[in-house]
Design a binder for this molecule. Structure first.
Ligand SMILES: [Zn+2]
Length: 458
């Protein structure tokens, strides 16, 4: 009698495990969970996926997706399809939905329903609090599993993406301590940005190169510093969701050294584009806020080397290209698609900068965001008991053609670049959902991931 268990699935390849990289390795899966890991001959299974020498990484977790800011809750379908083509098995979606943000239990339930009806990947959710709403609903939202709260010091839209006055921010941070959840900030000072836009418009300076100067570093740094100071005053976990300049990472580090619970997130495009080099070629295609600045890239890589970056995200926004080609740059939508380029761009840019690019990718796109959002029991590492979420990466030279993306947008500032890696396959909870060419997963297979109570600070 043979008592070796027969598994649902075995995936073979070069395994990027938490503490070592194991060539000729295998992962055995049953019921969507990793049951065994080894090297050499694999145990028997219903399906064996042999990736050869390709890397097997834990599925990526995009800590900042805007799936629903344009199409509303229906946006999950195309956005999550793009995610799995990018090796992303979990998106953490931002609360600024069209037409109304996720700031109540009722809207949370609608969004969970939409995830479970439409999404190809698993989804954790941010919630927000509207100006003047008060903090009463925060405890219930936390109990229902939202992963974090997000607020803004700048009004991108009066209803969907409003600005909170400092008094509301203070109250939200006080209330957040009780929930044990981080509060993320979109960090730009409204008065400074509005005044500079008005001055530039008055001078007729409305072409794309004026986007960066319209949102000066002072606007980003003062909003960042004010929020960190409110974190110091309240003991809340204050998180800056994007920082475009090394000085911002230094600010967060200084507060952290003082004992403030402060964290800093990087979006992958700040490590890749430079306003001075790329604006003429890309124009509004590289409009994000805070802006991609000139001459920041080397300092931002130094921030990574210094350990000042807590994790890296895409900040994927689902804006159609028409939304970018406005007569004035100040009317163009801010945000770019980025799910299918996040890992390839990061891996490619890491070559020559770190000793082990693929491990750095696994750390910053899987393990660290999983820990930040309290998902480590199931996500973010290849370990026994975790969900069988895999991103399989094949190295080579791969020209990126944005017209082939699966996000329904089919444009990207990365169009025409050559990446040194491609996503050869994606598995979510043991199911093949992307085969390197086609989506093989199903809309609605994705699950809502409530943040476990045990992962919260309070
Ligand atoms: Zn964002």
């Amino acid at each position: 009698m043979n008592d070796t268990p027969r598994y649902d699935l075995v995936v073979r390849g070069t395994l990027v495990l938490p503490t070592e990289t194991l060539p000729n390795g295998w992962i055995a899966v049953s019921g969507g969970t990793i049951m065994a890991i080894g090297s050499g001959p694999n145990p028997s299974a219903d399906t064996v996926h042999d990736a050869g020498s390709a890397y097997v990484l834990p599925g990526f977790i995009d800590g900042q997706t805007h799936a629903t800011s344009y199409k509303g809750l229906a946006g999950f379908e195309a956005t999550s399809r793009s995610a799995i083509a990018g090796g992303i098995t979990t998106m953490v979606d931002m609360p600024y939905d069209n037409p109304d943000p996720l700031n109540t239990m009722e809207r949370l339930q609608l969004k969970i329903d939409s995830v479970e009806n439409l999404s190809y990947c698993d989804v954790a959710l941010y919630a927000t609090i509207a100006p003047g709403q008060g903090t009463a609903e925060m405890a219930d939202l936390a109990k229902a599993g939202v992963a974090a709260f997000k607020i803004s010091s700048f009004e991108s839209h009066p209803v969907r993406f409003p600005r909170l006055p400092a008094s509301d921010t203070l109250a939200i941070l006080e209330a957040s301590v009780e929930t044990g959840l981080p509060v993320g900030l979109h960090n730009e000072d409204q008065e400074i940005v509005r005044a500079s836009i008005a001055a530039l418009k008055a001078d007729g300076k409305i072409t794309p190169e004026w986007h960066e100067p319209s949102r000066p570093l002072s606007a980003e740094m003062t909003a960042t510093a004010a929020f960190l100071e409110l974190g110091a005053a309240t003991g809340a976990h204050v998180h800056i969701v994007h920082i475009s300049a090394p000085r911002g990472y230094d600010l967060v580090s200084r507060y952290r050294a003082e004992g403030v619970n402060a964290t800093a997130e990087m979006c992958v495009h700040y490590l890749h584009f430079d306003a001075a080099r790329d604006i003429e070629r890309l124009g509004a295609r590289m409009k994000v806020s805070p802006p991609i600045r000139a001459g920041m890239i080397e300092g931002l890589w130094a921030a990574l080397e210094k350990g000042q970056i807590d994790f890296i995200s895409s900040d994927h926004s689902s804006w159609p290209i028409d939304n970018k080609f406005t007569p004035s740059i100040f009317d163009a939508g801010a945000g770019i698609p980025g799910l299918e380029t996040m890992a390839p761009s990061l891996y490619t840019d890491l070559i020559g900068r770190v000793a082990d690019p693929v491990r750095t990718v696994a750390d910053y796109l899987s393990t660290k965001p999983a820990a930040f959002f309290g998902l480590s029991a199931r996500k973010g590492a290849l370990k026994i008991g975790a969900d069988a979420d895999f991103a399989i990466l094949e190295t080579g030279d791969y020209p990126f053609d944005a017209s082939q993306t699966r996000d329904g947008l089919n444009w990207s500032p990365y169009d025409g670049e050559t990446f040194k890696v491609r996503i050869a396959a994606t598995f979510l909870r043991g199911k093949p959902v992307w085969d390197g060419t086609e989506i093989t997963g199903k809309s609605g297979y994705g699950q809502y991931l409530p943040r476990p109570q045990s992962s919260k600070a309070a």
